[in-house]
Design a protein around this ligand. Sequence first.
Ligand code: ADP
Ligand code: MG
Length: 155
Amino acid sequence: MRHLPYFCRGEVVKGFGRGSKELGIPTANFSEQVVESFPPDISTGIYYGWASVGNGDVHKMVLSIGWNPFYRNTKKSVETHIIHTFKEDFYGEILSIVIVGYIRPEKNFDSLEALISAIQEDIEEAKRQLDLPEHLKLKEDNFFNLPEGKIGNNR
Ligand code: ADP
Ligand code: MG
């Protein structure tokens, strides 16, 4: 897959309220500006990789690059579901990610149940893939060692 691994850092903004959190799979959205900085020919679909909020721990993640309905599908959206339970929301914080591999293209689902089970399979696939030594080493990448005082918001 072209462009991978792909390193990206940016602020977490409010999404368009598709109710991801209600499904138990909140997705941290990047701003339009960050999305515009992505390679224009990067494939839409579901990816896996590593993510860290502020200067916090690095966790496994699944990421979707999709067409943004808010802009009538003329712009992309990039949304990260971090495979970790956070005590609080982290809007406004700096999210650092490395996109490691591709899982599947975007799909339409007949039911909410089908969508949720597909995402759960994506999460299991991400966990398996990221345990491989070649992928684990990106977790330790220097990219995730943010210098003091450069962790964005209010710190
Ligand atoms: P929105 O439409 O604003 O993106 P979501 O329902 O997708 O709303 O929830 C996303 C927000 O949930 C994130 O911006 C973040 O602040 C919070 N959040 C809490 N836990 C997680 C997690 N494990 N992964 C991603 N976001 C999380
Ligand atoms: Mg979201």
